[in-house]
Write a protein that binds this ligand. Structure first.
Ligand code: ATP
Length: 330
């Protein structure tokens, strides 16, 4: 039996990406094109979809060229079905359906969050981790149980990525603001007490955003950014610690764009080491949205013998929760 290959297509938000991964999880290609939002626009769903539709042909062609393959050499197609922006998701799903229909390839819709989880677990070699996804679309603490990923804590309002990006925009930094806020926060010297939102294992961040925004012009921005980060991350780390005591895992996989933040990673490591738990994260490029994470889940579906979805049933689900998805490979 020869090697099998899956094409992964990602289009939930700002990134249109394609990647080809084989059944040993070797990454043959990984091509991305990220929309550059206007300074005040944030992410506009219609403009994002337009961007994705424009770049899709060349992103797909480059993924095939980089892998030295033709579309007919692909064994299956996997695409992000959600959660995400409807118009953007529709572009990825349409490209995937067209390829599956024309070339008679099996088709696997993939939950985007499960893409983050499985890529992180497989590259880190974590078998049964507690997963913390921190991005623009998610702030969730997840653990696998009874055939599905289950939420053990999540934001009750805005995500950690949104908090960073929205505060950044208030001080004139365009999307994505997180990396720049991290840089500014490093220069902060004074901690200003801010609203600390935790309810059980859940996070609440909008009060913190309002408070930090009201301080602009009254306190040095470095101190505001520093205090915002310290407060938001402490809330997340405390919620993670609470979840950890409930599920008693030995590994924490930190993933999503905000996982690239060194301060957050170090705080999570400090907490985990007190419990004898290991924390892992991937190199930066795999924390952000990419096609590899979708292709990896496609491979897992294929290897587990899970039935692919007929083209006419391959839909998008803008608000799908992780619990709604059966995970046959674990
Ligand atoms: P999802 O993956 O859930 O669909 P998304 O598309 O917004 O959400 P990602 O690309 O995973 O996700 O993450 C982007 C987010 O990560 C942005 O909010 C960005 O500001 C944030 N981010 C990236 N790097 C850093 C950093 N170093 N510190 C803080 N935040 C960061």
């Amino acid at each position: 039996m020869g090697r099998k290959y899956v094409l992964g297509i990602e289009s939930t938000a700002h990134t249109f990406a394609t990647a080809i991964v084989d059944d040993e999880l070797n990454i043959l290609s990984d091509v991305r094109d990220v929309v550059k939002p206007g300074e005040t626009l944030g992410i506009d769903p219609k403009l994002t979809a337009e961007h994705h539709a424009n770049v899709a042909p060349q992103v797909l062609k480059k993924a095939l060229d980089d892998a030295g393959m033709d579309i007919i050499d692909i064994d299956a197609v996997a695409y992000s079905m959600g959660p995400g922006l409807g118009p953007a998701l529709r572009i990825g799903a349409t490209v995937a359906r067209a390829i599956a229909y024309k070339f008679k390839k099996p088709l696997y819709p993939v939950h985007h969050g499960i893409g983050h989880i499985e890529l992180t677990s497989s590259l880190l070699g974590f078998k049964d981790p507690l997963v913390v996804i921190v991005s623009g679309g998610h702030t969730s603490i997840l653990s696998f149980s009874l055939g599905r990923w289950r939420t053990y804590g999540e934001t009750l309002d805005i995500t950690l990525g949104n908090l960073m990006d929205m505060f950044a925009r208030k001080i004139g930094i365009p999307f994505p603001g997180g990396p720049k806020i991290e840089e500014i926060a490093r220069k902060g010297r004074k901690y200003i007490e801010m609203p600390y939102g935790i309810k059980g294992n859940n996070m609440v961040y909008s009060g913190l955003l309002t408070y930090a925004t009201q301080l602009i012009g009254k306190e040095p921005v470095e101190n505001i950014a520093y205090s915002l980060q310290e407060t938001a991350f402490t809330v997340l780390v405390e919620a993670t610690e609470r979840a950890l005591t409930q599920v008693s895992k030995k590994e924490i996989g930190l993933t999503g764009g905000v996982a690239s933040n060194d301060r957050l990673y170090n705080m999570m490591c400090d907490m985990a080491s007190e419990h004898g738990v290991k924390v892992g994260r991937l190199e930066k490029k795999y924390n952000s949205d990419n096609g590899v994470q979708i292709a990896v889940v496609g491979i897992l579906y294929m290897k587990s013998g899970y039935a692919p979805v007929p083209v006419e049933e391959a839909v998008i689900k803008q608000r799908i929760r992780v619990e709604e998805v059966e995970v046959p490979w674990r």
